[in-house]
Every structure is written in C-alpha cells, then in structure tokens.
Design a protein around this ligand. Structure first.
Ligand code: CA
Ligand code: CA
Length: 589
C-alpha cells in the first residue's frame, strides 16, 4: 500500500491488493484521491464517508476493468461447508451465522426463511400472505443450520455454493408477516424473509456511500445482499461495474427515515426531493437469474416479495443520469425511478441508451406522486412480462421518446402489454403529465395496454408512435388523448378498436428478423405531427416527421451497453438475443 507523502499533496494514488484493508484507505482519502484495486477478490464491505469536491472526486477503481471483485460471500478458505442429506433433495449444513443470501454459480436462491416453506417451495404473497408457488430452489437458515434444496436433485457438496458473510442488517420483525399490513413494499425497499421480517435493502450493502463526489469504477460487485451500492451522498457515479447477487443494484434511499407514509392509498411515497442528487450510473451490467425464467414459469406472485425479486435501480434524486447499462434476467422491475420532486429543467433526470432485457415484471415502473422531471429516450426494451409501467405517474413531468420496445415472439410469453396503466393506490388518482412520442413498439403476440380502462388521465400526450400488436383491444378512456398521428397496426387490429389512430399494414422492412426501419411505402412515412421536432427531440426528413423512433432513411446508432471492459467472454451467462433481433439494434455488432 503506497502512502501519501504529504497531506498537502493534491491527489494520491493508493494501490491495494487482496488482503489489504480498503476501508482504511477510504478513511484517509482526500479530494482527488484514487484507490486502485489490483486483480483479485476482496471480501470486504465498505463505508465511504470521506468524499471529494466538485471535479476532484474520491475514486475507488479496479486497476484493470473487471479484474477486481468486491464480494459479500464467505471467503472460500472459510466456506468449508459439509452438506448432509436430510431427505430427498433437502440438505443441511452447520453455519453458525445467519445466512441472508446463497448463490450457486450464477443462480440466486430464494431465501424461504422457514423450513416448511422451503419444503413446499411456497412463498407468502406480498399483499395478503397467501402462500404462492415459488422458484423450485432455495434455502432457509434456522438456529445455526442452513437448509438448501437445488433443482434437479442437485447435491450442494458438488455445486459451487456461495453463502453470504456474517453481517448486520436491520430486519423489522413486524413487517413481512403473512397478512401483516405494514408500511413497506417489497421489492421497492427490500425483501421479506418469512418468519423473520422485512430486510431493508439500505441496511446491507457492499458499498455504502455517505459522502459527496465519489466515483466507483470497473468493479465486479458480488453478493451485496440488500444492495450492491447504497447511495446517500450527492454527485456519486457508478460506472463500468458488473453487479450480481443483490436485491437492488443501486439503492438510493430517502434521507428521511423509512417509511414515510404521506399519500393516499397504502403505498409509501418517498419525499424524493430529499434524496441525494446528481447520481450517475453508466456502463453497468446487472443480472439476477433465475428471476425472469422463474417468473415465466409461473412463480411470479411467489417470487414477488422474495430476495430474488431483484431491481437494478431504485432511486429518486434530482439530476440522475442512467445510461448505457445492460440489465437482464430479473423477476422484478429493472428500473424504479421515483419522482425527484422538482420541475426545474436544471434538475431533470435522464434514462438513455440502456438495453433492458428479460424482465419478469415491468421493465421501468415510475410509481410516483411527485414530479418525475425525467426524459426516457433511446433505450431498447426487449422481452418482459410488461414492457413499461405508467402505474401511475401522478406528478407528471415524464417524457418517453425514441425508444424501441420489442416483445419477441420466440422468447416472450404471449399477451405482454406495452403499457401497464391504472393505479395500485386506489381509484380517483389520475395519471398525468406523460408524453409518449416517437416510440416504436413491436409485440407480435402482445397488446397495447393493461389496466388502462376506466382510469383517470390528465395531460397525456401520445403522438408520432408506431405500435404493432398481435392482439387488439378497444379503448374506453376518453381522457387519455390519442393523436391521429400514431400508427396502430398488426394482424388482429381493426380500425374500430382504436379509431383515434391511423391504421395501416405492416410498416416495417421486416419482422423476421425484425427491422425497425419503416418501409418507404408505409403509412408511417411523413405522417407525424408537424412543427414539433424541437419539442419532440426529433429531426424529420421529407415532407413531415415519420412515425416511430427512426425517421425513414436514418440509421439507429445504439452504443454497446454494459461495462466497456467486457466486450468478449469476460462476463459469462449473458442471455442470447432473441433469434429475430439482429444485434445491431442493441450495439452488439
Ligand atoms: Ca412492477
Ligand atoms: Ca419524414
């Protein structure tokens, strides 16, 4: 470990190797300092309490991108577990400390909490405690014994089992009990452990940042349990990190004590304008298998409140930027942005150029009562139980433009909606202040909306989109204004289903494989509302704007998402693209 020569030195590089104490180096850091981690695994959890200043952050960085792993697992030398068969595929091993998380290779196991639930693979439903089928793999820890069951009668003695280290973690024992109406909402805040309570994700993490101007870069963040990174500070950047084994990848809690309970209905809404500001998360990769696969196999409602119902980001601060990330294989919403509480353009947030794939719930869910002040653009969203949730956006301030949404016919379950509407907070609360412009939606076996009828809407703008669906629906919400400058098409679509919109034949160059460019003879060419290019962030050509995300003749340039150090086989277990989706659409060519 290199030492700082003098405290007056403007910045220091400290290079550490596995076994060195990262915390000690962090506790001495001054603005502008960089702590470099040499290749290897660091079994440490960190609190960053000393930050930098604007332009001079404190940086924690892998010396070689992806070479250094920060792990919340028990080090292998100490993880000498001997499993003994109890009955059938149920095994047990003595582990004196409580185990919050277990992984087998890339797979996360459900923390069933109670042995009887593990034996039945049943997990209490979030809302009413009813036991629901859940993933057929899992564990339960009780009184110094770890019980485990693996799929296909797997013997844990011959599998790469990792268990979480001894660590703290606040559990509210009153929450998460079957039937208990507590002020929490898994998975937004954490996860339930049956028999024990609700674990808040902000209480166990690999890195907790309680300082401003901090950069975390190039690391593998493994088994954070509650979260990989818990962000309390302002102007924190996480980039080029690969995140596995956490309930929430980046968790930005409110500074207020949880849970504030200040809105109608039963769901806690955070006073998000008190959250840290200026969060940037870019070029990261997050995955939580087998979440999507288990949700597809019908375990969704059992998984919902469990630890493996994982979320890439739950956050809400002003000036947040989320870009160039690749997120896949989770059973929960990939992104959960909360309202940042302001309408000032200087506080606006952005979600851009992300590739969001294989989501077992709603890929982005914006549950928010306060203004979002957010633009969501140039993302590619591929395969999900629901591609996007406006459920609900009560504070407005949301623009969604130039995104590609694709539910592939070969990978995705049928009947996938593009938009989840309605509200979980009771009737009478309108969704408002949403602009959906210049998006391209292709769902050969899906539909337009879910829960949308007979809700209230205010100030909704839907214009210049192309929506291709396999299943047509009528639309009964007259206050959800739909411009005629949208193309609604697909094999089952009839003009009377959505008379407000323009109808037409197959607008694309090809559906197999998918080519999102519109055909020159498509009804979408030059059919957009004119005079709104600037407002809609669009550049039109020809006589008028084209409908959809891509003007005819233009090229879609999607930068390769995920850590920039992982361009080959540095990361295993990435999902294949659907065969019908050429890689160029997501920057893979
Ligand atoms: Ca959701
Ligand atoms: Ca045009």
């Amino acid at each position: 470990m290199g030492a700082r020569e003098a405290d007056t030195q403007p910045a220091a590089f400290v290079e550490l190797a596995p076994g060195d104490d990262i915390q000690k180096a962090l506790d001495r850091a001054e603005p502008g300092d960089t702590i470099m981690l040499k290749d290897g695994v660091y079994y440490q959890s960190l609190l960053i309490a000393r930050g930098g200043s604007p332009g001079k952050p404190v940086t924690l960085r892998a010396a070689h991108g992806g070479g250094a792993t920060l792990s919340g697992a028990v080090p292998p030398a100490r993880a000498t577990l001997t499993f003994e068969r109890v009955e059938g595929d149920l095994y047990k091993a003595a582990v004196p400390h409580r185990v919050w998380w277990v992984m087998v290779g890339p797979r996360n196991l459900v923390n069933y909490g109670r042995l009887d639930l593990l034996k039945q693979f049943l997990f209490p439903n979030q809302s009413n405690g009813t036991l629901k089928p859940c993933a057929p793999e899992g564990f339960a820890w009780h009184d110094g014994i770890l019980y485990i069951r693996l799929e296909n009668d797997g013997d844990p003695n011959s599998e790469p089992v990792e268990i979480s280290r001894l660590t703290g973690g606040d559990v509210d024992p009153e929450l998460g009990k079957p039937g208990h109406k507590g002020e929490h909402w898994a998975p937004d805040t954490g996860f339930d452990v049956p028999g024990l309570g609700h674990l808040y994700s902000e209480t166990i993490g690999l890195i907790t940042v309680k300082a401003d101007n901090v950069v975390i870069e190039g690391l593998r963040l493994h088994m954070g349990v509650g979260a990989a990174v818990i962000v309390h500070g302002n102007d924190v950047t996480v980039r080029d990190c690969y995140i596995t084994g956490a309930h929430i990848g980046i968790c930005q809690p409110d500074i207020l004590a949880l849970p504030p309970h200040q809105t109608p209905g039963e769901r806690p809404i955070s006073r998000s304008n008190r959250t840290g500001c200026g969060l940037t998360v870019e070029y990261c990769e997050f995955t939580a298998p087998p979440g999507y696969e288990a949700a597809r196999r019908g375990a969704w409602s059992g998984l919902y409140a469990s630890n493996i119902s994982a979320v890439f980001m739950n956050y809400g601060g002003a000036r947040s930027v989320v870009r160039h990330n690749w997120v896949y294989d989770s059973s929960q919403d990939h992104l959960q942005p909360r309202g940042n509480g302001t309408t000032d353009p200087r506080d606006a947030g952005e979600i851009a150029y992300n590739f969001l794939q294989n989501c077992g719930d709603d890929t982005i869910e914006f549950d928010s009562a306060t203004p979002l002040n957010l633009r969501v653009h140039h993302n590619v969203i591929v395969d999900a139980l629901c591609l996007l949730s406006l459920c609900p956006v009560m504070g407005g301030g949301l623009t969604i433009d130039h995104n590609l949404f694709y539910a592939s016919p070969e990978n995705n379950p049928p009947r996938c909606p593009w938009l989840k509407l309605g509200t979980p907070w009771g009737k009478g609360l309108p969704t408002r202040g949403v602009r959906l412009v210049h998006n391209t939606v292709v769902q050969p076996r899906g539909c337009l909306q879910w829960f949308g009828d007979n809700q209230r809407y205010e100030d909704i703008l839907m214009e210049n989109n192309v929506i291709y669906v396999g299943e047509a629906q009528a639309w009964n919400s007259t206050d959800f204004l739909i411009s005629r400058h949208n193309l609604y098409c697909g094999p089952g679509v009839k003009a009377e289903h959505m008379p407000q919109m323009t109808h037409g034949q197959q607008p694309f160059v090809s559906l197999k494989p998918i080519d999102f460019n519109i055909r020159p003879d498509s009804a979408a060419v030059d059919a957009g509302a004119t005079g709104k290019d600037e407002e809609y962030f669009h550049t039109s050509a020809g006589k008028a704007p084209d409908l959809g995300a891509i003007e005819w003749g233009e090229t879609w340039k999607f930068p390769r998402p995920g850590p920039r150090w992982a361009t080959g086989r540095e990361i295993s277990g990435r999902p294949a693209l659907p065969a019908s989706l050429p890689g160029k659409w997501v920057g893979m060519e």
